[in-house]
Design a protein around this ligand. Structure first.
Ligand code: K7E
Ligand code: RUQ
Ligand code: CUA
Length: 648
């Protein structure tokens, strides 16, 4: 009865929200008074915060300023990017290697800044690849993707990449239950209950940020949706929202949401670490890629690993516990004190808030209501701090301001709701335009939020900008949350489809030892050319290596003859500039590997296999000086077997 009723309400609400949200909600008076001034950053002035925004199905990560909403940079991560030659240059191609070969696209949902003592520290930002499960680490000294690790036994790496309070681990949970890679995946889909499993990955992060897949925990088949680490008193625990605990293999609403409650799974990872140390992990044969960027040689390497250690949650009994959580929980967020765990049932009409202390008591006193696939299920009331009643429709994600308030997004009723964590009273609500997914408060999932701004990342744009045909940019909105009432101060368009985003004070990132250019003396690239006089062209069989330099405003060499059909030509271009902000580009007619963008002091390689005899112009693609247009040259391609000598 109750089930049907909630479902009916949800269906009606969803239906009407989709209809009404298409109408402009008097958008013109949404911004008022001093709002414009609050978002205004005068020309030549810097923003207060860096905002690292996931690019969704663009596979990239973009960097904005807050509160201006200005876009500074798109960092290529999981998708090729012709603008920067990412995935096109020979040096970067290995970064996109996987156990499935070269994968030039993915879907990046969540960004997570590294932390020290539970506070954002500005060293790295992590991102997840949802489709071909991977985690990337971006180095904030260079704003470049430094490392990508693939995750075996996973499908839809959604509950990822969330971190522990000293960045000990970056943690990921598989969204799809799948047969483990070490079992045979060639099974009937309707054997889901027997053969499909959940896996959580613990990726150890070293001093320099280097990642290593330390171990995995296998669970019965559930879909892990989102997660967050405990902090402070709950440091040592990790919390995952789980849906489809019916273990259905088709997720039509009737199937996946039959149960009144799904779960939040609490994981005692300190205990899991002890079990690993005690040799309780089982070695399983799997294949996954581990790709690293080497800052010394400016080349990437990709290694395929063959093994992972797996702990069995059901066999060990005391590393995982299920907490019932109303209908299809999505967001799973832990407040700055580490005491409160907020679950957000997408189909629920309330928000349950769990207490870490009560959960620990319930586990100690064995207040269980049974098992789920061998994992103890804690009684709902025994772990519950309380419920936020009638907060809105379709709760998704919650962040915190560090002043005792929580802010939750509501997709269906299209609003952000502010509530008091202790009393669970709703304090304020503002509409979003339209249908908000994630939100971000700088430091909002850490121990120390900077609760001045809140950014809502909306799924639907409709009438907010000048129309651009059937497809519109996604829309973000900035709210000032420094007062009692939230105030909308700015809309700004975003790239791809943002999900989660994080932000950090600008000075933290600016003062982290950011690099301005590479010292040419330190360039150890195997094909570096350290001065124009050393520029040359060499041939080994049909491989031609061009040791090329670029400096304002010419290439050396700039006229090459003796290339023959059937040759593979490698242009190794070294940018000799030793000045901030003077990249050169390189392109040649007909090249199917795009272009290069070479930073000062760097060497980058374009592979080109000419397909036709003829004259091929090449030029610099980045406007670099008054004589940029003069930065050009020719390559002559002769028939195979021609006697034209190699000259330059
Ligand atoms: Cu809510 Cu992929 Cu984080 Cu998007 S998920 S909204
Ligand atoms: S040129 S400044 Cu092609 Cu008109 Cu660009
Ligand atoms: Cu170098 Cu333009």
């Amino acid at each position: 009865m109750k089930n049907k009723f909630v479902k009916a309400i949800f269906t009606i609400a969803l239906g009407s929200a989709l209809l009404t949200s298409c109408k402009p909600k008097n958008s013109s008076d949404a911004v008022s008074g001093d709002a414009a001034q609050k978002a205004y950053v005068a020309p030549g002035k810097y923003d207060e915060f860096y905002n690292f925004v996931s690019g969704g199905f663009s596979g990239q990560l973009s960097v904005y300023g807050l509160p201006s909403g200005r876009l500074f940079r798109v960092i290529p991560v999981f998708s090729v990017d012709p603008e920067k030659g990412w995935g096109y240059s020979e040096e970067t191609k290995p970064m996109l290697n996987t156990s499935n070969g070269f994968v030039p696209w993915d879907d990046l949902h969540h960004t997570e800044l590294s932390q020290t003592n539970g506070e954002v520290d500005g060293r790295w930002v992590f991102g997840n690849a949802n489709n071909t499960p991977r985690i990337a680490r971006i180095d904030l000294k260079t704003f470049k993707t430094a490392e990508i690790i693939e995750l075996p036994n996973s499908g839809g790496n959604h509950s990822s990449p969330f971190i522990t309070e000293n960045t000990e681990y970056v943690v990921a949970g598989t969204r799809f239950s799948v047969p483990a890679d070490y079992d045979n995946g060639d099974v009937a889909i309707n054997t889901y209950k027997e053969n499909f499993k959940g896996h959580i990955s613990f990726v150890k992060v070293g001093k320099e940020g280097e990642m290593d897949l330390a171990f995995q925990i296998v669970t019965p088949g559930v879909n892990f949706d989102l997660s967050h680490a405990g902090k402070g008193k709950s440091h040592g625990w990790f919390f995952f929202s789980c849906y489809n605990t019916e273990q259905a293999n088709t997720l039509l609403e009737v199937n996946a949401s039959q149960r009144d409650k799904d779960f939040i799974m609490a994981v005692n990872w300190k205990k899991a670490e002890e079990y690993i140390k005690a040799g309780k992990g089982k070695k399983q044969a799997v294949k996954y890629a581990h790709n690293k960027w080497n800052e010394k040689t400016h080349t990437a390497t990709s290694e395929i690993k063959n093994e992972v250690l797996v702990l069995d949650a059901a066999a060990l009994k005391d590393i995982c516990y299920m907490i019932p959580c109303p209908k299809s929980p999505h967001g799973c967020d832990v407040d700055p004190t580490g005491e409160y765990i907020v679950g957000s049932g997408k189909l629920a009409a309330l928000i349950p808030v769990f207490s870490f202390d009560k959960l620990m008591g319930a586990i100690k006193d064995k207040k269980f209501e049974g098992e789920y696939g061998g994992i103890p299920v804690v009684k709902y009331e025994a772990a519950l701090h309380g419920e936020v009643q009638k907060p809105g429709l379709g709760p998704l994600h919650t962040e915190f301001d560090g002043r005792g308030n929580a802010y939750t997004t509501f997709f269906v009723s299209s609003e952000v709701v502010k509530w008091d964590i202790k009393s669970l009273k709703v304090l304020d609500r503002v509409p979003t335009y339209y249908s908000v997914g994630h939100l971000c408060i700088p430091g909002g999932d850490s121990k120390k939020p900077f609760g001045k701004y809140l950014i809502a990342y909306n799924k639907i744009t409709k009438d907010r900008y000048l129309p651009t045909g059937p497809e519109l940019a996604q829309s973000a909105q900035i709210f000032d949350i420094s007062g009692d009432k939230m105030q909308l101060i700015l809309d700004f368009p975003t790239i791809g489809e943002p999900h989660y985003a994080q932000a950090a004070p600008a000075d933290l990132i600016r003062n982290n030892g950011q690099l301005k250019f590479y010292k040419i003396a330190d360039n150890n690239h195997p094909f570096v050319t350290k001065g124009e006089k050393e520029a040359k062209v060499t041939r080994q069989g049909n491989q031609v290596h061009v040791y090329m330099t670029s400096i304002r405003s010419h290439f050396a060499p700039d006229n090459i003859e003796g290339i023959k059909l059937g040759d593979e030509v490698y242009f190794h271009v070294t940018n000799l500039e030793q000045d901030w902000d003077v990249p050169h580009g390189f392109a040649i007619k007909g090249a199917d590997n795009g272009e290069l963008l070479i930073m000062p002091g760097e060497t980058t390689t374009l592979k080109w296999v000419p397909k036709k005899v003829g004259m091929y112009p090449m030029y610099c693609t980045d406007f670099c000086s008054a004589l940029h247009q003069e930065m050009q040259g020719y390559v002559r391609v002769s028939p195979a077997g021609s006697s034209v000598p190699l000259t330059w």
